[in-house]
Design a protein around this ligand. Structure first.
Ligand code: HBI
Length: 361
């Protein structure tokens, strides 16, 4: 198929500001190219794609980033800043829609969802978060009724946030596992990775590390510096080792040394990319039993699950996770989260969307 992938209007691809969407975009573009599809990626000007996506055309648009839904109240209205990047991305997508069989939207935004019944070329949406705003919940419920084939979610926990009339299409996520090296021997080190913002719960991981008397390496974009400082002040000096936002190559080389990765979502994490990145390096995961991570971590096999927001339970989960056979973590990632497996799931979905649109013509 001739596919147009429209990216998030929050940051450029390669900056880390798009969060999990960057990893998802990279894996599905590379995976779909391998399966022989023709790919065009439409993203904020200055976006970059890795060599695995070299076969895709990359179109850029300038404009003002869309405010991130994550840091808005649930009752927030849809806002479009002057010079809206979101508006420009979709003006470009619609003006070229005749050249594509399906348009795949990766943005968690109102405009592309609202357009679904009104385009000639079908638009499919990979919903990238759980419920974060009433106005989005309402529209997702509407589109789920008028165009059920056109929505897909990463996990059942994420999809359960929404009012869907039928079982959701779940596509998981995908990773270029060749970029992650298995490391058999851990150091006396715990790890945590993610955007450094309140919904990711770093303070709980810090508290658990302090109780265990182990250092906690922290990787991720310091999206909320005041929050980071509060977490730093909450544990003995030296507990946290801030590693910053590193490109995958460097991240995985450091992450692989960890005895356990702690994952402490305070919100309904849609998937939990960092969980799979750790498993791919052979690092077992101790996670709160919440959102996507609760579906990814197999208790006793690839890690351990703790009652959410219970630091004592998290400490106990770290103890269980340290006894996991590390090779099993890598094997699990290869069986469930490879780029190839993910692209096959996305292809099946988009062909169903294409097929149902053809039937409607
Ligand atoms: N906010 N408005 C908006 N649009 C997005 O596409 C978006 C967002 N916030 C977070 C985000 N995307 C991604 O980081 C998550 O979906 C992973």
């Amino acid at each position: 198929m001739r596919l147009l992938v429209v990216s998030t209007p929050v940051g450029t691809l390669g900056s880390g500001r798009g969060g999990g969407v960057e990893i998802t975009a990279r894996a599905l573009v590379a995976g779909l190219l391998e399966r022989g599809h023709q790919l065009t990626v439409l993203a904020a000007e200055g976006s970059t794609l890795p060599p695995s996506c070299a076969g895709a055309a990359l179109w850029g648009e300038t404009g003002m980033d869309q405010p991130s839904w994550q840091h808005r109240p649930r009752s927030a209205p849809v806002e479009l800043p002057a010079g809206t990047l979101l508006g420009r991305l979709w003006r470009r997508a619609l003006s070229h829609q005749a050249d594509f069989d399906v348009i795949l939207n990766l943005a968690y935004d109102w405009l592309p969802l609202w357009l679904t019944p009104h385009t000639a070329t079908p638009v499919a949406h990979l919903v990238s978060m759980g419920s974060v705003a009433a106005v989005m919940d309402e529209l997702i419920a509407e589109i789920a009724r008028s165009h059920p084939q056109h929505l897909a979610f990463h996990t059942a926990a994420q999809a359960a946030d929404f009012d869907l009339p039928q079982p959701p299409r779940l596509v998981g996520n995908g990773f270029d596992l060749g970029r992650y090296r298995f490391q058999a021997e851990p150091a006396e080190l715990l790890g945590w990775a993610g955007r450094i913002a309140p919904e990711k719960g770093l303070e709980d991981a810090a508290a658990a590390a302090a109780r265990l008397g182990l250092p906690l390496a922290v990787w991720g974009l310091q999206e909320d510096p005041a929050y980071a400082r509060r977490v730093e002040a909450s544990v003995p000096p030296g507990t946290l080792r801030w590693r910053g936002f590193l490109p995958t190559e460097q991240l995985q080389a450091e992450l692989g040394h960890c005895a356990v990765l702690l994952n402490t979502p305070k919100w309904n994490e849609a998937f939990g990319n960092v969980v799979v990145e750790a498993l791919a390096c052979g690092v077992p995961v101790a996670a709160y039993a919440r959102g996507g991570p609760a579906e990814l971590v197999q208790e006793g096999h690839t890690g351990a699950l703790a009652r959410p927001d219970d630091v004592a339970a998290l400490v106990a989960a770290v103890g269980r996770a340290r006894r996991i056979e590390r090779r099993r973590c890598r094997t699990w990632a290869e069986q469930h989260c490879s780029q190839q497996a993910f692209a096959a799931r996305i292809e099946a979905w988009l062909e169903a969307v294409n097929g149902s649109a053809l039937a409607r013509r």
